[in-house]
Design a protein around this ligand. Structure first.
Ligand code: BTN
Length: 240
């Protein structure tokens, strides 16, 4: 099996648990929980973790430089999107790694999944990488933050979480075995490309048309004065 799966009914944070496993020298473990009581999101936000979700953290030790790490986050977004499409949901990716349902309206769709990647690097190589994936699976929209949706909400019936997780892990495993395939797969599943976007970056706001993604995960934005800006980090908003 590509990953050893460590399953929990309820846990504080699967990313935290994966960190413990990393410190024990483990690799290729997927920590999966139905409920999280202290889930963490990006930018020091929390992540709501009601029972019925699929909260997972993949612990990897890829033999790559730390700068390549973002591509694994993109791979996880592709894997979730593909699994969601297989159960009949019109999912797509908002750069860099939110999975949305429905591309238009409501500021580019409702959020189905968020990903938080953590890494420890040595000088020229990743020591460990933890890709934390939070999927709103069989949970009611009322218990989710505004702007979020769930697999169950969108389908009108619950998904088999075990099967969904299995498909997700299989796809992720295929993609990581062939990192060159990840960007093309991401482009195929992207909601952001072709959209007018506003990205809040550490260096200021960038507004324009999202035209491409480049290794290891930078968004290329063509601004109104015709410049091509390469954005590597930030919060992205779809403007139309
Ligand atoms: C985001 O802010 O969009 C990222 C949210 C990531 C949440 C997942 S749930 C599984 C893993 N464990 C955590 O504590 N966080 C991530």
């Amino acid at each position: 099996a590509p990953f050893d799966v460590e399953y929990h009914d309820s846990i504080g944070s699967t990313n935290e648990r994966a960190r413990e496993l990393a410190s024990e020298g483990r690799e290729d473990v997927a920590v999966v929980a139905d409920e999280q009581t202290a889930g963490r999101g990006r930018l020091d936000r929390g992540w709501t973790g009601p029972a019925g979700g699929i909260y997972s953290s993949l612990l990897l030790r890829p033999d790559v430089p730390p700068a390549h790490a973002p591509v694994y986050t993109l791979a996880a977004a592709v894997a979730v999107t593909r699994a969601a499409r297989e159960v009949g949901i019109d999912a797509s990716i908002k750069w860099p790694n939110d999975v949305l349902v429905g591309q238009s309206g409501e500021r580019g769709g409702k959020k189905l999944c968020g990903i938080l990647t953590e890494m420890e690097g040595e000088a020229d190589r990743v020591a460990w990488l933890i890709v934390g994936i939070g999927i709103n699976a069989n949970v009611h929209a009322e218990v989710l933050p505004e702007g979020a949706t769930s697999l169950q909400e969108e389908r009108g019936e619950p998904v088999d979480r075990r099967v969904f997780t299995q498909r997700l892990l299989e796809t992720f495993d295929e993609l990581r075995a062939d990192p060159d395939s990840i960007l093309d797969a991401w482009r195929e599943h992207a909601a952001t490309l072709g959209q007018r976007v506003r990205v809040d970056t550490p260096g200021g706001e960038v507004v324009g048309e999202a035209v491409d993604v480049e290794f290891p995960g930078a968004l290329i934005v063509e601004t109104d004065d015709g410049e091509r800006e390469r954005v590597t980090a930030g919060d992205c908003e779809h403007l139309r």
